[in-house]
Design a protein around this ligand. Structure first.
Ligand code: NAD
Length: 545
């Protein structure tokens, strides 16, 4: 079968731009994904559709869908078209949601085997993935916050150790270079290293740990940035660095440690070994993966004792190690609570937009608008300048930008106006990561140690999704965790299309205002001062009981 790429240009294959936009977003996640043949986009098993027949059925539905109809998708499979009205979403989805007691990885794998469910990742099944760029600003903001908190504002001459160069982890080397650091990324799959070099996210590659360290040292001495991909297994390399007495300044990991069957590669295993053992002795694979993770986390804890800043970057690595008996795994910080929560309290999070025509100039035009109209917003303007300099486009040209309440609406409505005036070559799709203010409950990532103890309450993302439907968004989705994330998370996603119409202006205004308002209210409800301040400053209507 021919490789799928997102359709470009101004011709429509559907009955309107809303449907065409969502079809291009679906094609785009596959174009950017890690394993198109299996429909896998990222995060080990995060898929765009249940299977190929579901994919083709979705394409067919989108091509024939009228403006007053809604397509309903369950775990990547289209199940029906419903007559609604022109202000209803074009698509609603629920992916991978299991009833509490059954939300375990065992049930998930069993149901996946039977073809009844998929893990949709956050943005894979929701067709919002924009390549590694989707997390790059988040990673950059984490590094910059650490620089401010611990290194007098600069990472020049500093050494970051991490692992995993997959769909999301692949953003780390570029984010490290943007933050002026020397970053070493351990990756067990050479093809993943090559892919990051090819797309311009990674500079150097070696399988020799001495060579890797000498490149890092050289850059540190000169105060220059460098990114090095080291072919190796993190469960072996991290303890080896401990043994050598090397203490990086910052340590994390972004392997798919959340998934012991399809994600994390145990020490001593080749990629072929993993496939074979998974088929023949799945329990052995799980046990070996967990004990390797425990070794890696023990090394991370030793780095921490020696003074490194160590954090979990959202892959459940501490949970896996803890289950293997690493008692103090949770003394490692989670990145959200440690570095990003003050931003989420103000609903400042990973907003993104995609140029549906495929013309990169549209993104550059929007960049210029942001630099002019948001000149006082240091986070946004600093980022847009850096992104222009460093971040290559993957698939349909796209941009991520951490904007908050009111700002997202202002930007999106201005862009919609530009589309209507012909200043852009086509419509723009706006979405955001599910890991955003009110949109995710995950007690070991997003909502760890909430001030009021509300970590595990999933009402918030569910309300967020229903509110987005009521606010006329074009696509609304509810996800829960699959694989090793089963039982750990629930999240909501949203996409709205700026096609230049007055209806789009209304959809953008209501959806974006409400999406960020409920995000702020989630944190205000938990008692965070920053959120309460935002409620007052921005006039968000909070009911006090
Ligand atoms: P991915 O499956 O595309 O890539 C994981 C990479 O890790 C692969 O390239 C794999 O070869 C490598 N790897 C596995 N075991 C290894 C080992 N022992 N040593 C070295 N390399 C190893 O996954 P991804 O999309 O890059 O996501 C990585 C993790 O980050 C997932 O757990 C995902 O859920 C999580 N995630 C976090 C955030 C966030 O905001 N912090 C966002 C997205 C994803």
């Amino acid at each position: 079968m021919e490789r799928i790429k997102a359709f470009r240009g101004s011709d429509l294959r559907c009955k309107g731009w809303r449907q065409e936009a969502l079809l291009r977003m679906l094609e785009n996640v596959l174009e950017n994904g890690e394993n198109q043949k299996e429909l896998i986009v990222y995060a080990a098993l995060g898929k765009a559709a249940r299977n190929w027949s579901s994919y083709h059925a979705i394409v067919d539905c989108l091509k024939n869908l009228n403006d007053d109809e809604t397509l309903v998708i369950q775990s990547g499979k289209p199940i029906g078209i419903f007559k609604t009205h022109p202000f209803a979403p074009i698509i609603i989805m629920a992916n991978c949601n299991l009833v509490g007691k059954w939300a375990t990885s065992e049930h998930f794998y069993d149901l996946q085997e039977k073809g009844l469910i998929i893990w949709g990742g956050l943005t894979a099944a929701a067709w919002q993935y924009i390549g590694s760029q989707g997390v790059i600003q988040g990673t950059y903001e984490i590094f910059s916050t650490i620089a401010r908190m611990h290194f007098n504002g600069s990472l020049a001459g500093r050494f970051i150790l991490t692992a995993g160069l997959g769909g999301m982890g692949g953003a780390q080397p570029l984010a490290g270079v943007m933050a002026n650091a020397a970053i070493l990324c351990v990756e067990v799959n050479e093809a993943r290293i090559d892919k990051r070099i090819e797309v311009g996210y990674l500079q150097r590659k070696t399988a020799d740990v001495n060579q890797a360290l000498s490149w890092i040292d050289e850059a540190r001495e000169k105060g220059e940035s460098v990114s090095v991909g080291l072919l190796g297994n993190a469960a072996e390399i991290y303890p080896e660095l401990v043994k050598r007495g090397i203490t990086p300044d910052i340590v994390t990991d972004q392997t798919s440690a959340h998934d012991l069957m399809y994600g994390y590669i145990p020490a001593g295993y080749s990629l072929d070994d993993v496939k074979r053992v998974r088929e023949q002795e799945p329990e052995k694979l799980e046990a070996d993966a967990r004990s390797s993770i425990a070794r890696e986390v023990e090394a991370m804890l030793e780095f921490k004792r020696r003074g490194s800043i160590v954090f979990d970057n959202g892959n459940n690595i501490r949970t896996q190690a803890f289950q293997h008996g690493v008692q103090d795994a949770f003394t490692i910080d989670i990145f959200t609570e440690a570095f990003l929560r003050p931003l989420f309290c103000r609903a400042i999070g990973p907003f993104r937009w995609v140029a549906l025509s495929g013309d990169p100039n549209d993104i550059h035009t929007i960049d210029r608008y942001i630099l002019e109209e948001f000149a006082e917003n240091e986070i946004a303007t600093n980022w847009i300048r850096l992104a222009n300099q460093y971040v290559p486009f993957e698939g349909l040209p796209a941009r991520i930008g951490w904007f908050g309440h009111g700002e997202r609406t202002k930007l999106a409505r201005a862009v919609n106006q530009m589309v209507s005036e012909g200043k852009l070559s086509g419509p723009i799709a706006f979405s955001r990561d599910h890991l955003d203010a009110g949109a995710m409950a995950h007690p070991n990532i997003m909502t760890e140690r909430m001030k009021d103890g509300s970590d595990a309450i999933a009402d918030w993302p569910l309300l967020n999704a229903m509110l987005n439907c009521s606010s006329m968004a074009d696509l609304v989705t509810i996800h829960s965790g699959g694989g090793g994330y089963a039982g750990y998370m629930t999240s909501a996603g949203v996409t709205i299309v700026a096609d230049g119409s007055a209806e789009a202006d209304m959809r953008l205004k209501h959806t974006l205002d409400n999406d960020t308002s409920i995000g702020v209210l989630r944190y205000a409800d938990a008692g965070y001062e920053e959120a309460l301040d935002e409620v007052n400053k921005k006039g968000i209507r909070r009911v006090v009981t």
